[in-house]
Design a protein around this ligand. Structure first.
Ligand code: BG6
Length: 375
């Protein structure tokens, strides 16, 4: 008997395993008393991190979306410039890299050929390399100079869910670690960020109780053939992955877009046939986050004026958002940099429930494999 347990599909089982995946990925790597982060497998000294003038992230699919969120986390907490690249395009950019750069490759399987190719090229050009992998002793994990394993457990469903949330947690840990190494974070600040990360698994558990709401939304929208997902800042890669989940599992054309960009073209597509899913959470303790959300609400106002349907992901306690959206799925309050670990869950559930209603083989969607081992 396969170990789906009582779940009808691996995808929904793995979505419900995310509290444990995030908890286990943080486990043993943080000292909750001091906020100090310990990353076994990363044998680079403070002075090594000191001399890195840039970080480059290369990855594919959902792992690249995690990399984009990691960029916001690392630039915010450690102040190192970060570029994120499609692993499949890496070699074509003739990457100018060397010993004063760190190349991070992110991969669930640890075997994706494009990502392995990017790792090997970065190494030949003298860059330090660090891998994030969910499979211990995977090729990429063994070939990189340093490795951080995510502990999401085996991921069977082709669409990546729990490995993504574990990657976000691992990248957040890395950002705090770099911030400590480069002294851009005080001990107090590290302690604050680590305590907020350790609170995330319970908050994910609470988001999972909104599964029936997401199923009801799927019942409302499963016949639509196009979706637009929007998000701003660290929320933009969540819009990208929400769209990818919809494509992978439901064969629906879906696009992820920075909220601010939609007025430069995509507004033309808005009508009653295009549901718009907006990441519009609000960390009211962060003035910048409040400002960003306000701008997204302005987008939603225009989308409604153009006849669009709006599904918003909002923060519990924020009633104002109901004036701008037809449907709101609430997630618990969290710092702006960490709320992506909550926001992705309703998007995964929506894609899953739509796929089931469209009769798709949710765990084995057509034309896809779990790890693309040829370039
Ligand atoms: C695809 C999977 O084959 O590869 C995606 O269907 C995944 O879910 C992508 O995100 C990248 O895989 P990996 O293992 O390198 O993260």
């Amino acid at each position: 008997m396969d170990d789906r347990g009582t779940f009808p599909h691996f995808m929904i089982k793995e979505i419900f395993e995310q509290p444990r995946a995030v908890r286990d990925t943080a486990m043993g790597r943080v000292d909750p008393n001091t906020g100090r982060v310990k990353l076994e497998g990363v044998h680079l000294r403070a002075e090594d991190f000191e001399k890195f003038r840039k970080i480059r992230i290369a990855a594919s699919g959902t792992s690249r979306h995690a990399g984009i969120a990691g960029r916001y986390m690392i630039q915010e907490l450690a102040g190192i410039p970060v570029d994120v690249e499609h692993a499949s395009e890496f070699e074509y950019g003739n990457p100018i890299t060397g010993p004063d750069e760190l190349t991070i490759v992110i991969t669930q399987s640890g075997e994706t050929a494009d990502t392995l190719g990017a790792l090997r090229l970065a190494k030949t050009r003298g860059s330090h390399t660090l891998a994030l992998s969910n499979v211990v002793d995977s090729t990429i994990g063994l070939e990189a100079d340093a490795v951080i394993y995510t502990h999401a457990g085996p991921e069977i469903s082709i669409a990546s869910t729990k490995a993504f949330d574990a990657q976000l947690a691992a990248l957040f840990l890395l950002a705090v670690y770099l911030g400590e190494m480069r002294q851009t974070l005080t001990a107090e600040q590290s302690k604050y960020w680590i305590s907020e990360l350790l609170a995330i698994p319970d908050k994910i558990q609470s988001v999972l109780t909104r599964d029936p709401e997401c199923s009801a939304l799927a019942e409302r929208f499963y016949k639509y053939d196009d979706f637009l997902f929007i998000g701003r800042g660290v929320h933009f890669p969540i819009a990208l992955d929400g769209a990818l989940k919809m494509k992978e599992t439901s064969y629906i054309h879906a696009e992820g877009y920075p909220s601010g960009e939609i007025k430069h073209g995509p507004y033309a597509m808005i009508d009653e046939k295009l549901p718009v899913v907006a990441i519009a959470t609000r960390d009211k303790s962060d003035a910048g986050a409040v400002e960003r959300q306000q701008r997204t609400l302005n987008n939603l106002k225009e989308i409604k004026q153009h006849g669009g349907h709006v599904i918003a992901i909002g923060t519990e306690g924020d009633q104002e958002i109901e004036d701008y959206a037809d449907y709101v799925v609430y997630v618990p309050p969290a710092p702006d940099l960490l709320s992506p670990l909550l926001e992705i869950v309703p998007l995964q559930l929506l894609a899953y429930h739509i796929a089931v209603r469209r009769g798709v083989d949710v765990d084995r969607p057509r034309n896809l494999v779990k790890s693309v081992t040829s370039e």
